[in-house]
Design a protein around this ligand. Structure first.
Ligand SMILES: [Zn+2]
Length: 245
């Protein structure tokens, strides 16, 4: 079941300058960001969304902000004898529509038992983060306790179920298969899509602050006056300033 994607506006209003991208509490930062920049301003709504829907909305926000169609990455070839750095691109459109966000995850165990789990939400991430599990095993148990809708989980099922949850949300445990241009070896490159999106938006925030600083000190414009200027014209003014000095 696919819901129509929510509209997002480009990042770059005055309120966006208040977001702290160094905040270690990533679920909180993502919720604030999406609440601010989407037509759904209620944080409770974003907490209730599946993790992959949040990631997908973040990527749409990057696309709207940068008018970009793809994200580019660099990776190092994992072949020890090679180790070449190479670049690859991910088209944003394919990432944004990829996730099936609402269907429960059904896993068949031992060929006979069925366990049904719901997909993790932003609120689950917040709760798990607050509980500070002492080990990976404890984290997995807590995760399964929260997500179990139906069926019985035995301790030996835990690893298998954790894998199934990751596999069911392709945007969460995201990896790209690329061939190294130097040696041709296939590399599975893990990509943290949330971290990538947040880094892009954080860089955009820094660029905005620099632009405000440059235009305010040169022309004496206020922050809100600078932000009211369309980005392309802002860039032109900044270029004039640079050519003068
Ligand atoms: Zn290679």
């Amino acid at each position: 079941m696919h819901q129509p994607p929510l509209n997002v506006r480009p990042f770059g209003q005055a309120v966006d300058l208040d977001l702290d991208f160094s905040d270690a509490d990533r679920p909180e930062l993502v919720t604030r960001l999406l609440g601010q920049c989407s037509e759904h301003g209620d944080p409770a709504f974003w907490w209730s969304q599946p993790v992959s829907a949040r990631t997908s909305a973040l990527l749409r926000l990057v696309a709207a902000t940068e008018q970009a169609e793809a994200l580019s990455f660099t990776a190092r070839c994992t072949q020890v004898a090679c180790g070449e750095m190479f670049e690859f691109e991910l088209p944003l459109h394919g990432l944004v529509v990829g996730a099936d966000e609402t269907t429960p995850i059904r896993v068949l165990l031992d060929g006979q038992r069925v366990v049904t789990l719901r997909r993790p939400t932003g609120g689950d991430l917040r709760q798990w983060r607050a509980a500070r599990p002492a080990s990976r095993a404890e984290a997995v148990r807590m995760m399964l306790d929260t997500l179990l809708l139906d069926g019985q989980v035995r301790p030996r099922d835990e690893a298998r179920l954790a894998e199934s949850i990751a596999a069911a949300d392709p945007l969460v445990a995201f990896a790209v298969s690329c061939n190294c241009p130097a040696c041709g070896a296939t590399n599975e490159v893990p990509v943290d899509l949330d971290a990538t999106a947040l880094a892009r938006l954080g860089a955009h925030q820094q660029a905005l602050l620099r632009a405000i600083h440059g235009l305010a000190s040169h022309y004496g414009w206020s922050e809100s006056q600078v932000l009211a200027i369309p980005p392309a014209r802002r860039a032109q003014y900044l270029a004039f300033i640079e050519h003068q000095s």
